[in-house]
Design a protein around this ligand. Structure first.
Ligand code: NAD
Length: 314
């Protein structure tokens, strides 16, 4: 059996087109949703993420502001910045790029963001909204996973869903969203006994553990839908040879590009055993920024009482 590839890039493009239309309508009504991205320090990966978020805002016609502060910024100064952004009407979404430098109290900063502008969905109020099924702002990657399933016609209602990973930003919120979509959900983690057997019960299997190719064929129920959230960069021949059954193509890539991206799922096994799966790269990854944009639009609507029930159109 060769599994169907769930193409995250295509789904992202469709969502972006829908959002562009919604933003045009909002602008017609005198509302330009605005996102402020706060970057502290010079972490190169964070710089790339923030740049690409701001660029995406621009391409959609959203108002955006990039606020870059030095690595030695204090918690107090950052709190003041967040309070200022909370009070500015043209800012609908506040994104504080993580990780923050070690001297900064990250929890205090995230809790200072007004829940109505918390486009990452990390604030305890939004976590409460999510758990109790109230309208709010949902973490981007989990929201993107649900869009992939929904738009690919994968039945969630009544399905057995197994989530591997219980982080606050992926595992727990995606489990909650699957539950709201009427799946029967099991959450696994580093202390789960007999993980492969539990995983094999999943009609839908979500791997979000951050362990390269950990989920092998024995974890996958034949025909299951496998969502691979992991992003792991392999940089040595030894790693590539350990992970791939046929290492020739990835070794070629390693030599030409210097690294090979692999998810938490063994890429050859999933092709053979799953019914459908998200590849790495090109699966879940592209959805995250699109859902950040959707959250910014949703935040603009919620603050003005012109919200819709869904993040994006059906
Ligand atoms: P995390 O490290 O915060 O959490 C990992 C979770 O996996 C933990 O709950 C842990 O209990 C579980 N786990 C670890 N080892 C395990 C094992 N051997 N068996 C069972 N469970 C185990 O990670 P995270 O932030 O949730 O991210 C997970 C992965 O998803 C990472 O690779 C990350 O890079 C990726 N990610 C991708 C996107 C995206 O946009 N595609 C967004 C966020 C995270």
């Amino acid at each position: 059996m060769t599994a169907r590839i769930l193409d995250g890039t295509k789904i992202r493009d469709t969502i972006m087109e829908e959002l562009a239309e919604q933003i045009r309508d909002l602008k017609g009504a005198g509302i330009t949703p605005g996102l402020a991205a706060v970057l502290v320090g010079e972490n190169p990966a964070s710089q790339i993420y923030v740049r690409s978020k701001v660029k995406t805002c621009e391409s959609l016609g959203l108002h955006s502001e990039k606020i870059e502060w030095p690595a030695d910024t204090s918690t107090e100064r950052l709190l003041q910045l967040v309070r200022d952004l909370n009070s500015r009407d043209e800012i609908d979404g506040i994104l504080v790029q993580l990780p923050l430098p070690p001297q900064v109290d990250t929890k205090a900063i995230l809790e200072a963001v007004s829940p109505s502008k918390d486009v990452d969905g990390f604030h305890p109020v939004n976590i409460g909204n999510l758990v109790s099924g109230r309208l709010g702002l949902v973490p981007c990657t989990p929201a993107g996973i649900i869009e992939v399933l929904r738009r690919s016609g994968i039945t969630m209602q009544g399905a057995r869903a197994v989530v591997i990973g219980r982080s606050d930003i992926v595992g727990k919120p995606v489990a909650m969203l699957l539950l709201h979509n009427h799946a029967t959900v099991t959450i696994c983690h580093s202390k789960t006994r007999d993980l492969a057997t539990v995983a094999r019960e999943g009609d839908i299997l979500v791997a979000a553990m951050g362990k390269a190719a950990f989920v092998t064929g024995e974890f996958i129920k034949p025909g299951a839908t496998v969502i691979d959230v992991g992003i792991n960069r392999l940089t040595t021949e030894e790693e590539v040879r350990r992970i791939f059954h046929d290492p020739a193509p990835p070794l070629e890539k390693l030599r030409s590009k210097g690294s090979v991206l692999v998810g938490d799922v063994q890429p050859e096994d999933v092709q053979e055993k799953a019914g459908a799966y998200t590849p790495v790269p090109g699966g879940v990854g592209p959805l995250t920024i699109a859902m950040l944009m959707a959250n910014t639009v949703q935040a603009a609507r919620l603050r003005r009482g012109v919200h819709r029930a869904r993040l994006v159109d059906d």
